[in-house]
Write a protein that binds this ligand. Structure first.
Ligand SMILES: NC(=O)c1ccc[n+]([C@@H]2O[C@H](COP(=O)([O-])OP(=O)(O)OC[C@H]3O[C@@H](n4cnc5c(N)ncnc54)[C@H](OP(=O)(O)O)[C@@H]3O)[C@@H](O)[C@H]2O)c1
Length: 244
């Protein structure tokens, strides 16, 4: 049962959390995986855990906001594994406050740079390689906040709203090339980005939600990666229990 045998994937933000779980799952399903994020030790550990389990992976230290670094990541992947079939745009940060408390414009800029510009750069670099294969998948990891917003989440919610629109536009631009572009909304997941403060924990902030571990996102990530070439595109797939 290796539904991704022969496929090559890049997973950004694969050093920990949701991205790490998806990278491991794709490798377990037979894909060769580039594990990308900024912290070398973390992506090395993810790739090492994959190779130790008999899979194929390599670590790539990259800031997705750097055009040159992203281009290098895609080229290195294609060179190492012979092409590219799947891009998971997962790298993300959540640096936020009420708008009037955005005293540091850097918080806004850093959020948009990683979550939206980074996504754009990754997609743009990957598309020529996906086209070469005659088909492909781009999966963007969105957020319910990008659909409905919330106070004290302007930068994050706007970055994810932009990512949602980028998903839909890319899907339209790439439909003729058999490249599907879909958004996966995980809903609340316990990761390093969750607050250590019990008052702001995932459980406290989302009492009615399904509170997940990163591995709970894997079945949907596998589903999206294994759809037919002319399968769903421009869609949002959510694991939440309410709108978005
Ligand atoms: N956890 C949730 O409840 C939840 C809910 C909805 C959506 N999401 C989304 O799911 C994705 C993963 O979140 P997570 O909870 O798994 O977060 P996480 O545990 O903090 O992991 C984020 C990953 O992204 C990487 N990253 C951050 N900025 C980067 C950059 N500029 N360039 C390259 N890599 C970067 C991080 O590594 P480095 O810091 O080493 O670069 C890390 O590997 C994010 O897009 C997030 O918005 C999460």
């Amino acid at each position: 049962m290796q539904p991704l045998a022969g496929k090559v994937a890049i997973v950004t933000g694969a050093g920990r959390g949701i991205g790490q779980a998806i990278a491991r799952a794709y490798a377990g399903a037979g894909a060769s995986v580039c594990c990308a994020a900024r912290t070398w030790e973390q992506v090395s550990a993810t790739a090492a855990s994959i190779t130790a389990a008999g899979g194929r992976a390599f670590p790539c230290a990259v800031d997705v906001a750097s055009e040159a670094a992203v281009q290098g990541m895609v080229e290195q992947t294609a060179e190492q594994f012979g092409g590219l079939d799947i891009l998971v745009i997962n790298a993300g940060v959540d640096l936020d406050a009420h708008v009037v408390e955005h005293s540091q414009i850097e918080l806004w800029r850093a959020t948009i740079e990683t979550n939206l510009t980074g996504a754009y750069l990754c997609a743009r670099a990957a598309i020529p390689y996906l086209r070469q294969r005659g088909a492909g998948k781009i999966i963007t990891i969105g957020s319910g906040l990008g659909h409905r917003g919330q106070p004290a989440a302007a930068a994050y919610a706007c970055s994810k709203a932009g990512l949602w629109m980028l998903t839909r536009i890319l899907a339209q631009e790439l439909a003729d090339a058999n490249i599907s572009v879909n958004e996966l909304i995980p809903g609340p997941v316990e990761t390093a980005s969750s607050s250590p403060d019990p008052q702001h924990s995932v459980a406290a902030r989302h009492p009615t939600e399904w509170r997940k571990q990163p591995e709970d996102v894997v079945p949907l990530a596998l589903f999206l990666a294994t759809q037919p070439d002319r399968g769903p595109t421009a869609q949002t797939f959510s694991l939440m229990r309410r709108d978005g």
